[in-house]
Design a protein around this ligand. Sequence first.
Ligand SMILES: Cc1cc2nc3c(=O)[nH]c(=O)nc-3n(C[C@H](O)[C@H](O)[C@H](O)COP(=O)(O)O)c2cc1C
Length: 191
Amino acid sequence: MKKKLEPINLLYPTPTVLVGTVVDDTANFITIAHVGIVNNARPFLISLSMGKIHHTNTGIKENKAFSVNIPSESLVAETDYVGLVTGKKVDKSKLFELFYGKLKNAPLITSCPVNMACRLHDTYDTPTHDLFIGEIVETYADESVLDGNAVNIARVKPLLFDMSSKKYWSLGPALADCWRVGMTIKKKNWG
Ligand SMILES: Cc1cc2nc3c(=O)[nH]c(=O)nc-3n(C[C@H](O)[C@H](O)[C@H](O)COP(=O)(O)O)c2cc1C
């Protein structure tokens, strides 16, 4: 039996990322779980839904640049902390060792195994949130999480965010091959 719930969003888990920019000449980071993929071909566009109240939004609007860093399980406490305190009151710039690519206002976090530097492509203005659309202009990955040029997600160990339990979850084992496991049904029904 199904129970009808309020029309709430249950589109979880999502990956938890650390988004960086520069505000008032200081690097600042925010923890974001409401992150999405717009497309997977050039130009590579991603979306971030960020409450207008946040300090980081000011920097993204000013610089038109931001970084998206994927923390591993080992950075769970730091990731949570970045999402607990605001750069309006606390300097979060010294928490991580940083490096920069060609976008000078997109601070990249060395200890995160995957980093993307984004140029602001568009902002969708909602009453409560800025939906930032960024174009990925540079991507970095630790060699330890790479198989050739492909990222091995099992070695990244991303933090999966779930709103219902309000917990970070680990990635489980791979289940099946995409665009392949359904072929048995396709063949049976349509040849
Ligand atoms: C796990 C986690 C996920 C979060 N996801 C989002 C999110 O997707 N969008 C958002 O606006 N705030 C999100 N937050 C809240 C911000 O990270 C938090 O308010 C942060 O302190 C804002 O920092 P800033 O004011 O320095 O920009 C999240 C916090 C946590 C702990």
